[in-house]
Design a protein around this ligand. Structure first.
Ligand SMILES: *[C@@H]1O[C@H](CO)[C@@H](O)[C@H](O)[C@H]1NC(C)=O
Ligand SMILES: *[C@@H]1O[C@H](CO)[C@@H](O)[C@H](O)[C@H]1NC(C)=O
Ligand SMILES: *[C@@H]1O[C@H](CO)[C@@H](O)[C@H](O)[C@H]1NC(C)=O
Ligand SMILES: *[C@@H]1O[C@H](CO)[C@@H](O)[C@H](O)[C@H]1NC(C)=O
Ligand SMILES: *[C@@H]1O[C@H](CO)[C@@H](O)[C@H](O)[C@H]1NC(C)=O
Ligand SMILES: *[C@@H]1O[C@H](CO)[C@@H](O)[C@H](O)[C@H]1NC(C)=O
Length: 507
């Protein structure tokens, strides 16, 4: 009986050794090791950012292996500002692309994909003047045909895509989609919830999360399948509710309600701040065009004086939101948009992060803490700000008080966060040096690096695991062999002994 069991063990061990060796050798042939690269241009309303990502070629379908190696801010405004002079767009982009060329090995240039995704700034330009928008994209296309990289197109993405790609990026970087188990296989993590994503750009803002009840299907719930698992993501993009457009709308409505049409007081600008803006700055955008006065003249100037009044600023910000149009009984954010109750953790990046960072806050903190920091900041005199901010730039510095109030109002009254679940929002701009931005999710999706179906089983073992398994089963096989030989020899000896005894007994 033990002999048969041992024999089975021996055969099994040999079979396993042969199998894992074959699998490992096969994988080795398929996989070409080394790094791969991808480039994404995030063409936002206020600026363009070039991101370079890299990953080990043989692991490209794993989760969490893509990381950002380089980032370059293109000088000048966003691409939507080039509507009247599209040919001038190439120069500033080229400065960044020259730096990118140095970061990627020369022999990989031709096989490195480049994507350009444009967001709300271009969505607005397209609505305003379609031919101007397509000329801008055409100009970019022309520029990239002269570049060594594999250009995969310049596109205006929708607000929903922007929201979902941001959500994918945040969860990919936080490792929420898959985790490695004890045996180095990728499995769906147990008990790990996905994180919601809050993005604040210049022209639009996005909220994306997985709501409590997924049975109700609304327009705004998208089904995405990642690594073999389905997710129902609620996402909404509020056009014109980005930081810059919201501020323009605030200034325009202050001017509209003011008796003095050439000078206004802005409670959200710091005390003693003075500036002169053009009517075009306030009303040039599609978001404020409907507020234009009858005698609108783009070059006319408006004097703006800051009064730094937190109470009046909060009040002015509240007029940007419309809560009257929510239908009874339906859960709503604002402007009549359906939104289920917020649930779980959230990560708030881009404009959300930069604003709280200016208030010396980061990560998680209480709503009261945010309110009091904002209150202190908004009461400062303009002359104090250079000493309070790590980097002082006029257009940013003057607007932080507004942005902070805007964020407060948007998150608390708009999305309905409260003192209890506010600390579940993580204000964060990156994970392990990779920026949280829609661009990574966009590239992962367009290169199919997040397969819809999971094919985790045939991932190659790492060399030490392979060597360990090989050693273990070889040892088992050897032990079995030794035992078999030993028991064979013993049974031969016993047979001989029996025979002898038998002979003896007879005689
Ligand atoms: C990754 O997945 C894609 C699509 O499923 C496939 O074509 C590609 O060969 C995979 N790459 C590797 C290295 O397994
Ligand atoms: C739209 O843009 C084109 C190209 O820049 C320009 O020629 C045209 O005048 C613009 N149209 C309007 C209505 O602004
Ligand atoms: C869904 O979208 C359609 C068309 O875009 C719209 O008419 C309808 O009101 C939307 N429904 C909801 C629940 O938002
Ligand atoms: C915010 O802080 C200010 C000053 O500390 C306080 O007067 C105000 O009531 C607070 N607002 C809320 C909503 O907590
Ligand atoms: C942030 O902290 C620094 C150092 O403690 C301080 O000098 C600065 O005034 C603070 N800024 C704000 C906005 O509170
Ligand atoms: C992030 O960047 C810093 C500085 O470039 C580097 O020292 C650090 O090792 C990086 N961290 C990771 C996780 O890559």
């Amino acid at each position: 009986m033990p002999t048969i069991v041992t024999l089975i063990f021996l055969l099994l061990s040999i079979a396993i050794i042969v199998t894992i060796t074959l699998v490992q050798m096969n994988r080795k042939q398929i996989l070409s090791p080394g790094l791969k690269y991808g480039i994404v241009l995030d063409a936002g309303s206020s600026r363009t950012t070039v991101y370079v990502y890299e990953w080990p070629a043989e692991k490209e379908n794993n989760t969490g292996v893509v990381s950002q190696t380089f980032k370059c801010n293109v000088k000048g405004p966003g691409i939507s500002s080039y509507g009247s002079n599209p040919q001038e767009i190439a120069m500033p982009i080229n400065d960044c692309m020259n730096k990118v060329k140095e970061k990627i090995p020369f022999h990989l240039h031709r096989s490195t994909p480049v994507y350009l995704g444009a967001t709300a700034g271009m969505r607005l330009l397209r609505l305003q003047n379609e031919s101007a928008a397509s000329e801008v994209l055409q100009s970019i296309q022309t520029y990239f045909t002269s570049q060594p990289f594999e250009f995969r197109g310049a596109q205006i993405i929708t607000g929903q895509e922007e929201g979902v790609y941001g959500w994918i990026t945040a969860n990919y970087l936080k490792g929420n989609f898959l985790e490695k188990n004890l045996w180095s296989a990728w499995v769906h993590p147990h008990g790990v919830e996905t994180t919601g994503a809050l993005d604040l750009g210049g022209a639009s803002t996005q909220i994306s999360f997985i709501p409590e009840e997924t049975t109700l299907t609304f327009n705004s719930t998208l089904q995405v399948q990642l690594f073999g698992y389905p997710y129902s993501v609620y996402t909404h993009s509020f056009q014109c509710y980005g930081r810059d457009e919201a501020e323009k709308k605030l200034l325009a409505s202050i001017l509209q309600n003011s008796n003095n049409k050439s000078g206004i007081k802005n409670p959200c600008y710091p005390q003693n701040y003075r500036t002169v803006l053009t009517m075009k700055h306030l009303y040039g955008s599609l978001c404020t065009a409907f507020l234009r006065p009858e005698n609108y003249s783009p070059s006319q100037s408006v004097h703006v004086i800051g009064t730094g009044d937190p109470v009046l600023c909060r009040e002015a910000v509240s007029t940007l939101f419309d809560f009257t149009s929510c239908r009874d009984g339906e859960e709503c954010s604002f402007n009549g948009i359906h939104q289920p109750k917020v649930k779980g953790n959230f990560v708030a990046f881009s404009g959300f992060y930069y604003t709280v960072n200016a208030l010396n806050l980061t990560g998680q903190f209480s709503l009261a803490e945010f309110n009091s920091s904002m209150w202190t900041f908004c009461s400062q005199d303009w002359n104090q700000l250079p000493f309070m901010l790590p980097k002082f730039e006029e257009t940013y510095a003057r607007s932080y008080c507004f942005s902070a109030n805007y964020i407060y109002y948007l998150l608390v009254h708009g999305y309905k966060f409260n003192a209890e679940n506010w600390p579940q929002i993580h204000f964060q701009k990156e994970v392990d040096n990779s920026s949280i931005a829609w661009s990574l999710g966009y590239m992962l999706s367009l290169t199919n690096m997040i397969p819809a179906e999971s094919n985790r089983i045939w991932f190659p073992m790492n060399p030490s695991l392979f060597a360990g398994l090989l050693l273990f089963f070889t040892a088992v096989a050897l032990l079995c062999l030794i035992f078999l030989v030993y028991s064979y020899v013993r049974s031969r000896m016993r047979k001989n002994t029996c025979h002898v005894e038998h002979v003896f007994a007879v005689e």
